[in-house]
Design a protein around this ligand. Sequence first.
Ligand code: BV8
Ligand code: ZN
Length: 281
Amino acid sequence: MTGPELAEAGRLLAAARRPVVFTGAGMSAESGVPTFRDAQTGLWQRYDPQELATPAAFRADPALVWGWYEARRRGVRRALPNPGHRAVAAIQARLPATVVITQNVDDLHERGGVPAPVRLHGSLFAPRCSACARPAPLPSDLPPPAGTPEPRGTPEPRGEPEPRGEPEPQDGPLTPPACAGCGAPVRPGVVWFGEALPSAALDAAVEAAAGCDLLLTVGTSALVHPAAEIPLVAARLGAPVVQVNPVPTPLDAICAVNLRGPAGEVLPALVRAAWPDADAG
Ligand code: BV8
Ligand code: ZN
């Protein structure tokens, strides 16, 4: 990606001192993690994610919902951060006051070099009891994250590598484990539709957006609330907003620059436009 828009966005980033990077599912699309808009695969294509990601669905069929999250967890474990994730880490390395706010429940920002993103919608890797909220261990047979060096002496895997990111066809319903404390079913540590966001994360996000001097919004359709209001907070307080998305979204109108392209390509180019000497990660 080149052109006047990229140059302008690069100028805004180079001039920033307290940027916010706000991300959605599109940030992880090039890592093979399906977005919410993407059609689901296998058993899950029969279900609308917005219906599965609800307390009612878990009450009605805990095994179906737990199985879905386990499939997504395994998909993310097989995925790798993409150059977009590393470019976000490069921005934070260059500007330590950078706050990364994500709607994503995958752990690719952390694995891509951003140690503590503000998580508005929780994480796939923080299961807890659905009754007493006691943290629960991850399933013992969960594979390590892709790219984790094999312990010395592990035999080389033979045959085709598994596809990245996508749930596997045989993924299906799975009875959730019981809480070690009260015996109630363990649930995924994510925010379901109809549930309040963690107040500490939401407060931190609003505060960062209100105090930023640039907000970079990456790979979000900006349709889910209250997360979608974060870029508006920044714009209302006069900070320029730069959007990275291959297609227009409801945020176009508030953006100083709209960069139409995939995050994995645009973000490294943006870092180079801002800091020609930088290693874009
Ligand atoms: C609540 C975790 C009340 C679970 C998620 C106001 C107006 C209208 C509705 C509401 C409103 N306020 C509340 C609501 C209801 C609801 C809501 O917003 N509904 C929407 C659908 C209309 N909100 C809620 O229910 C929230 N809770 O309001 O509680 C309350 C308050 C107090 C006390 C009690 C209760 C909770 C919302 C959080 C739900 N949980 N995730 C899980 O993951 O399973 S939301 C989930 O969906 C994601 O986290 C994310 O937020 C959202 C998906 O959006 P995106 O990330 O943007 O992804 P999407 O697929 O949509 O788009 C991808 C984009 O990327 C596209 O634009 C595409 O073009 C682009 N793209 C693709 N490839 C690339 C790319 N971009 C760059 N590079 C690429 N390569
Ligand atoms: Zn419990």
